[in-house]
Ligand binder design. Sequence first.
Ligand code: BGC
Length: 248
Amino acid sequence: MAHVLGIDIGGTGIKAAPVDLGDATLLAERVKVDTPQPSEPEAVAAAVGELVTGFSWTGPVGITFPGVVIDSVVKTAANVDKAWIETDARKLFGQATGLPVTVINDADAAGLAEMTFGAGVGHNGTVLMLTLGTGIGSALFIQGILVPNTEFGHIEIRGKEAEKRASELVREEHDLSWGKWAGRVDEYLEHMEQLLSPELIIIGGGVSRQSGKFLPLLTGLRAEVVPAAMHNDAGIVGAAMAGGQSSH
Ligand code: BGC
């Protein structure tokens, strides 16, 4: 089974590990570096190049990006430098690494990983994966098929983008209690439920490791709400899955 290096680029950190696509195991301990600030394309590409070199990697690479990615071209950059917009990310990372790369939205990658190996396995109805991190990412599935590049972190709640109220970064920056933050997450999820009626909502991002502190505080959702089985590693695994499917 294929081994692919998965690289998960976030607004705060870049995480990488080689992945066995047979069972989604990480073949080496993951390495995390800070996202360069400013997070301009060249600087991020250089960091990606260093990660690839650090693993002495010569095979395929899958890379996530925290924005809309269409045919490898970045279309939005909410939590990274705006210079990314209209950058051909496959070309840039291909040049920086000298390897074949595939680029996919970060939440889409995490969702693919969870649907194939994690909390979404066996769910054929509407499944919504939401990653709570620097921003809020979303991935929508029906019968296991991804609707790419949904951007549900940007819906408006109380006159503000949802990710500016309920992301993990907002919880940390404003030192919100678990109760207060869970209330915001709850309101957001209720909104999403009204729009999409998912049977399952998977909560990802680093904070999913602490799901016991906020999932029990959610009230009144029809959908089942569960933490990502792979927690924050879902992005790395999904990146590798995308890299493994590439024909390039
Ligand atoms: C971006 C999404 C991304 C999410 C999580 C949002 O601000 O618009 O594309 O998936 O953050 O990183």
